[in-house]
Write a protein that binds this ligand. Structure first.
Ligand SMILES: [Zn+2]
Length: 84
């Protein structure tokens, strides 16, 4: 996702550069940087996996394990580094 934002910002930079819209250029880059910071902040705050399967120890968010189909799971937390 942040890579797409950088590509988009680069394309907009080239387009606006052609028309010499430097003020818009700065605004686009500020918006892109703010978005990337917000995205990284969210991804570090929210762990990707919320559950850990009690049968195969797969980390997942679904109600059933996507790997073995087991519904036996417990809530995964970052303080609980060893899973089971
Ligand atoms: Zn499983």
């Amino acid at each position: 996702m942040p890579r797409n934002v950088i590509i988009l910002a680069t394309i907009v930079t080239i387009l606006l550069g052609m028309f010499r819209l430097v003020l818009f250029l700065i605004l686009v880059w500020v918006a892109a940087i703010v978005f990337i910071i917000a995205y990284q902040y969210n991804s570090t705050r929210r762990p990707k996996s919320n559950f850990v399967c009690l049968d195969c120890a797969t980390l997942h968010q679904e109600s059933a394990c996507p790997k073995c189909g087991s519904r036996l799971k417990k809530i995964y937390s970052q303080s609980d580094k060893y899973g089971i």
